[in-house]
Design a protein around this ligand. Sequence first.
Ligand code: PLP
Length: 243
Amino acid sequence: MPMPSRSGLPAGTTVDPNSYIGTNLKAVYARIIAAAEKCGRDPASIRLIAVSKTFAADRIGAAHAAGQRAFGESYAQEAIEKMPQLPGDIEWHFIGPLQSNKTRGVATHFTWVHSVDRLKIAQRLSEQRPEDMLPLQICLQVNVSGESSKSGADPEQVAALARAMAALPRLRLRGLMTIPEPTDDQILQRQRFASLRNLRDNLAAGGLDLDTLSMGMSDDLEAAVLEGATMVRVGRAIFGQRP
Ligand SMILES: *Cc1c(COP(=O)(O)O)cnc(C)c1O
């Protein structure tokens, strides 16, 4: 796990001053560190997932050269085409909507899947995860905003779903993920993230060992860190506006 150092980048990395991506990464790490310090958390307990969907392999390579190792992708085919062009030490996180006919590529190419919101998808991922790979690390995606957001399980169903997913042999349920509706209202942002944390705490009290809260993006990562995020998924603040 890369540990943000004081300079804001994983320890031991040097930043190419000519790389805007390196500069942006440093600024995002500085935001994570500032938010963590505000609430007395260890910044090293928060991982940055650089969301590289729609960006070409050379942009990902620039982030890799600046020290970033965990990348998030939303489209299976696009990601699988970029992977062979990039170094083998990248940890790939699938974060997009997942249809049944796309599970095999995800089960064979990714280390993490953050966006599992149905048992049927989890079962397919478990069946299709190759025996010679480590179990697939997954998060259960929850819809904490009600109707205004389409993806994610209903909070009422989370306990039963989490228990069923945790029992699948080739998966390891690590925690919960959410994408709240976009809002500038920082109080509302924190309420949404707090409700995901409460769901996780309830599951933990029920005996499930969950260490991950995947929440926070370019515009709301501070609120997510203040409410306990352990992974933030950041795209535009690193790579710029998506084409
Ligand atoms: C695109 C995406 C992100 C990154 O969003 P930005 O606003 O670019 O930081 C994070 N999570 C998911 C699930 C995404 O699809």
